[in-house]
Design a protein around this ligand. Structure first.
Ligand code: ADP
Ligand code: ZN
Ligand code: ZN
Length: 754
């Protein structure tokens, strides 16, 4: 028999090995196998299928061993999903496997040291010299003098319930008896006397829920209507889009659906776009689902990931998994429902490293493999999802009112160019925003300030000659961080000192241009010295998102300044003002999705205001007050926005009317990269038609970490089968390769780029 195996190597293929007779019963699809590879290497991979077709091309080696004796670590549904991902994302199956399996489950080459080790603790049980009788007379047993030993033994007897039940005493951990080390000698003596014995017990690393379980709140009539409509839609469709305004109670609807699904004995996967969000939602879910649930994302330690994985493949799997996009690759034995919350969020897409998958779309695929339903939820659905709903491919359920009849916030658009011209505005804040924040603070309310750039200043510049400090390895200007007094590259992470004088003209007054969240923090503190201010962005990750979010939720801070992270589904009760400081920087992305992003981002940030007992106010500062998208946001006109954007997308043949796939060429030598990209683009144009191949172009940041980048975009019709498109692209690349045009260049692919 032979087995086709996924191995962790960057090659687009499976590898075939012979199954020795001794492994016939364990070498099954999904089992982890270790095999010889190349010269003296040993790799662990996953068996995808077994068969008896002898490979002709080469001599076949044998599988050395199987790691899963008790049944495969990877489920059939996962194998199907992994193969689909590798094909759709055009990446080696080994890269999908690496992304899916915690590293503790895939030991490399020789050593087993990276293998997951269960956490064990030392426990105490009765020794052979401990009489089985109750009650025990300790003075009789230990004499009059051994006071400490008697103390420890009597504590053990009490904790283990020995006197009631000497035959099956409860496990007692050694830790519970040591009294911070003071009793160590006595314990030793008891052990030597054979009165107690040690043994090891496996304990999990996952925290246990200690609160009490509650019923979810009763749904309002509007929510009840929505949940009925969702159930109805699931009768005929596999995917349903819940379009509910911010704070309409979508999360409460999810909770009712989850409960229903679990009560039918099936599992639920709940995906969120952002790790920073998981804690708040976790607390809401835990009150209802307790220890039936777990949280999984890329920042969980590898051991925790292994424990979750093992529990999910075991006899008593979690019922509810809350996670970021990588949770779609977990083993689900009996998946009934997938919820994708904030489904419009671009962060569902993994950019780097490969596999560059879209978490939402992958979740829909997983659900269909498992025979489960998918619910997408958003206040600002992705055009792609909404158009699928409008066309009838997905169900569509709409919730237009906020819970408790709260009004959507009033949105005011403030023209900062005009204010500056008339000298009403000097710093970052317009008088309107300053007044609103002051009012909020005076009435004990909170404010959120949104800006999409972290750091202090946008760039470091010489006012005399225009010199801009740039990264040595990337074609991008640096961002100044005042707190650490460095300029950093947001592409490669490199940090630089800011020179004292201009290296180009010798001028002395280098200055920061533009502003980031750090500078806003400084200005807020200067304007409102009494306010307690916090910042939520990538740089504040070290202090921990949880405490920042918690402090704000519980009123220990008054003003929260943040980047996109504050826009994603956070639920705060007491926010009455939201300020968007520079809408222009949001509206000016050089991308066909700029307007969609701007609408979603600003509508979502605005939605953080006025969620409970207070009407919210949102102030959008901009130099282009007449931008049509701002008016749509002001009127909360999703439909108007949708129609307008769809017209544009149709006219320029962009998604959702077509599909895009980017081919990226990277290399250290610019000419070589350009030559390769041009050659590949030529063959692609022959296949797909020149009108469907854009580029090669240099992207806005065309050099990162010394690598030059050129990009080609391939547009295909919706009807074109993805499998065929991919094989045509591979053919075009092979042609360029056979002409010797792409050596020295790495090509990578990105399906449905964001
Ligand atoms: P969304 O997810 O649509 O933004 P949430 O589910 O976060 O909205 O609801 C907004 C707020 O209203 C939350 O604090 C939530 O607990 C509360 N809420 C929503 N529906 C109900 C309900 N039926 N009963 C009690 N509280 C509710
Ligand atoms: Zn200068
Ligand atoms: Zn850099």
């Amino acid at each position: 028999m032979y087995a086709d195996i996924i191995l962790p190597v960057p090659l687009n293929q499976l590898f075939t090995y012979m199954v020795p007779d001794t492994l016939l019963s364990t070498a099954v699809p999904g089992a982890r196998a270790y095999v010889p590879f190349g010269k003296g290497r040993r790799l662990t991979g996953i068996i995808v299928r077994t068969h008896n077709v002898k490979p002709t091309a080469h001599t076949v080696k044998e599988i050395l061993g199987i790691l899963d004796e008790q049944g495969p670590a990877v489920l059939p549904s996962q194998l199907t999903l992994m193969e689909w991902m590798a094909s759709y994302c055009m990446c080696p199956p080994g890269e999908v496997m690496k992304a899916a399996l915690p590293s503790g489950l895939r030991p490399d080459s020789s050593a087993n040291d990276k293998l997951y080790k269960p956490r064990v603790e030392i426990f105490v049980k009765p020794g052979t010299n401990l009489p089985v009788q109750t009650p025990l007379d300790l003075s009789d047993l230990l004499g009059k003098t051994a006071v400490k030993q008697k103390e420890v033994l009597s504590r053990y007897l009490e904790l283990s319930g020995y006197n009631d039940n000497p035959y099956t005493p409860a496990p007692v951990s050694k830790k519970a008896l040591t009294d911070g080390g003071k009793s160590s000698a006595a314990i030793r003596a008891l052990l030597d006397n054979g009165l107690i014995e040690f043994y090891e017990l496996e304990i999990g690393r996952l925290p246990q829920f200690s609160g009490h379980i509650q019923e979810p709140p009763q749904l309002s009539p509007a929510q009840q209507g929505a949940i009925d409509a969702i159930r109805q839609s699931f009768r005929s469709k596999n995917v349903c889009l819940l379009h509910g305004v911010t704070s309409s109670g979508k999360t409460e609807i999810y909770i009712h659906l989850i409960k229903e699904c679990i009560s039918k004995g099936r599992q639920v996967l709940y995906l969120l776009p952002e790790i920073a969000l998981t804690t708040q939602i976790m607390h809401r879910l835990q009150k209802v689902f307790g220890d039936d649930m777990c949280v999984y994302h890329s920042r969980c330690s590898d051991s925790i990931r292994v424990e979750i994985w093992n529990r999910l493949t075991g006899p008593n799997p979690y019922k509810l998994i809350l996670g970021a996009r990588s949770a779609v690759m977990l083993p689900m034995q009996n998946l009934g429902l997938v919820i994708v919350d904030e489904e419009h969020e671009p962060s569902f897409k993994q950019e780097d490293p490969s596999p560059r998958y879209q978490g939402r779309n992958t979740a829909i695929m997983l659900a269909s493999i498992c025979g489960a339903k998918t619910l997408l939820g958003s206040a600002t659905p992705a055009l792609e999802s909404y158009s699928n709903a409008v066309s009838g491919k997905y169900g569509l359920v709409t919730l237009t009112e906020r819970f408790r009849g709260m009004k959507l916030p009033e949105i005011e658009i403030v023209d900062t160019a005009d204010l500056r011209r008339r000298k009403y505005m000097k710093g970052i804040f317009s008088p309107q925003l300053t007044d609103s924040i002051r009012e909020a603070l005076q009435s004990g309310r909170q404010a959120i300030l949104f800006h999409n750039r972290r750091g202090y200043a946008g760039t470091v510049e010489c006012p005399d000659c225009g010199w801009v400090q740039k990264c040595d390895c990337c074609d991008v200007s640096l961002t100044f961080h005042k707190s650490s007094d460095i300029a950093s590259c947001h592409y490669c992470g490199h940090k630089y000192r800011v020179p004292l004088t201009c290296p180009s003209c010798g001028g002395r007054a280098l200055r920061g241009r533009g502003f980031g969240t750090e500078r806003i923090e400084e200005e807020v503190s200067a304007t409102f010295p009494a306010a307690r201010v916090a910042r939520l962005d990538l740089d504040s990750a070290k202090e921990g998102y949880d405490s920042i979010i918690n402090d704000f939720q519980e009123g220990r801070t008054d003003i929260l300044i943040g980047t996109q992270m504050v826009s994603k589904g956070l639920d705060f009760d007491n926010v009455s003002v939201v300020g968007i400081l520079q809408a222009d920087s949001i509206m000016s992305y050089p991308d066909f999705r700029a307007t969609e992003r701007a609408f979603q981002l600003m509508a979502q940030v605005a939605g953080r205001a006025g969620r409970k007992d207070t009407t919210g106010k949102v102030i959008i500062q901009t130099r282009q007050p007449d931008a049509p998208v701002l008016d749509m946001i002001r009127r909360n006109d999703y439909r108007g926005f949708y129609n307008n954007q769809m017209e544009e997308r149709q006219a320029f043949r962009y998604p959702p009317y077509t599909r895009l796939l980017t081919v990226t060429a990277k290399g250290t030598d610019m000419q070589t990269v350009e030559r390769a990209a041009t050659a590949v683009a030529g063959h692609l144009a022959d296949t797909f038609g020149p009108q469907n191949v854009l580029g090669p172009d240099a992207p806005p940041v065309s050099r990162v970490q010394y690598m030059h980048i050129r990009r080609i975009i391939v547009k295909t019709a919706l009807e074109a089968a993805p499998v065929q498109v991919r094989s045509q692209i591979n053919e075009a690349v092979s042609k360029a390769a056979s002409e010797n045009m792409i050596s020295g260049v790495t090509l990578s692919f990105d399906a449905d780029p964001q």
